[in-house]
Design a protein around this ligand. Structure first.
Ligand code: CP
Length: 302
């Protein structure tokens, strides 16, 4: 099987993305039924984490364990990565020892370099530019709750950062209408935005949520924004998603957040507990969608 990487949602044709969503749903059902499924016996994943993670790490580690394989956590401090071993050397070393690499690091170019040098599949476990694994879970969640996302209207409120960029790529791939409300100075990357007619900037959060089937936000200060928290709290003050804002969306709106959330900042204290919020179902789908992704990259379609 030819090596394939997952660095961006744009790496796969829509047929393969749809397969992954379908397979993620099956993985969820199998897990809930207590079914044993161990196709990865003897397979190892190298999980390079240069930034903190709960969901992504647990999903890969638990997912490998459940499928009979093993994910090795490779933190910056515990390995030679923190002492400056070149990415190209790391890629070649890991290619000798493991079957797939998952990497979280700020620079998307470092992930691309790793993938170029590695002879095994590489998964982007989040960079400052993109978070494609999160989108697999989000699309799966929406489709489990409401059906096909194609043709739906989605509002993204807040920082035009990695989650927003991946939503733009998702709108382009799945054919939904994305309305983005971000403060001046925090707009998404223009090249990514201009790559599709399916994503548009709007002036206010109210304009974004009006007529929306799905509303999404993210923290105001992501990893990489350390030291900017106070300034950003002031800039984003009008961009909080709360119950009153959701009331302006479609009646059966779903709310999602990749988590961790800062209650009282980008979301009200109580929004995650609102019946319209699907954030814990969404978090659970990180496990099932990443199992589907690893299985696909290592074993192909099942
Ligand atoms: N949403 C997400 O990627 O969570 P973690 O940072 O905890 O992995």
């Amino acid at each position: 099987m030819a090596k394939q990487d997952f660095l961006s949602l744009l790496d796969f044709p829509i047929e393969d993305l749809d397969y992954l969503i379908h397979r993620g749903k099956q993985m969820r059902k199998m897990h809930e039924a207590g079914e044993t499924y161990r196709p990865l016996v003897g397979k190892t994943g190298g999980l390079i984490m240069q930034m903190s993670s709960t969901r992504t790490r647990v999903a890969f580690e638990a997912g490998f364990a459940q499928m009979g394989g093993h994910a090795l956590f490779l933190g910056t401090q515990e390995t030679q990565i923190g002492r400056g071993e070149p990415i190209s050397d790391l890629a070649r070393v890991l290619s000798e020892m493991v079957d797939i690499i998952m990497i979280r690091t700020l620079e998307q170019t470092h992930i691309e370099e790793l993938a170029e040098q590695a002879s095994i599949p590489v998964i982007n476990a989040m960079s400052s530019l993109l978070h494609p694994c999160q989108l697999l879970a989000d699309i799966q969640t929406y489709e489990e709750l409401r059906g096909p996302i194609a043709g739906a209207t989605v509002a993204f409120i807040g920082d035009g950062y990695n989650m927003c960029h991946s939503y733009i790529n998702a709108a382009r791939q799945w054919g939904f209408n994305l309305k983005i409300a971000s403060p001046e100075g925090f707009l998404p990357n223009a090249e990514i935005l201009d790559s599709t007619n399916n994503a548009t900037l709007v002036a206010t959060p109210q304009e974004a949520v009006s007529g929306s089937d799905l509303v999404v936000t993210d923290v105001w200060s992501s990893m990489g924004h350390e030291g900017q928290e106070a300034d950003r709290r002031a800039t984003f003050a009008d961009y909080q998603v709360n119950e009153a804002l959701l009331d302006e969306a479609n009646k059966d709106v779903v709310f999602m957040h990749c988590l961790p959330a800062h209650r009282g900042e980008e979301v009200s204290e109580t929004l995650l507990d609102d019946p319209r919020a699907a954030v814990f179902h969404e978090a659970g789908n990180r496990l099932h969608s990443q199992k589907a992704l690893v299985e696909f990259l290592l074993l192909g379609k099942q």
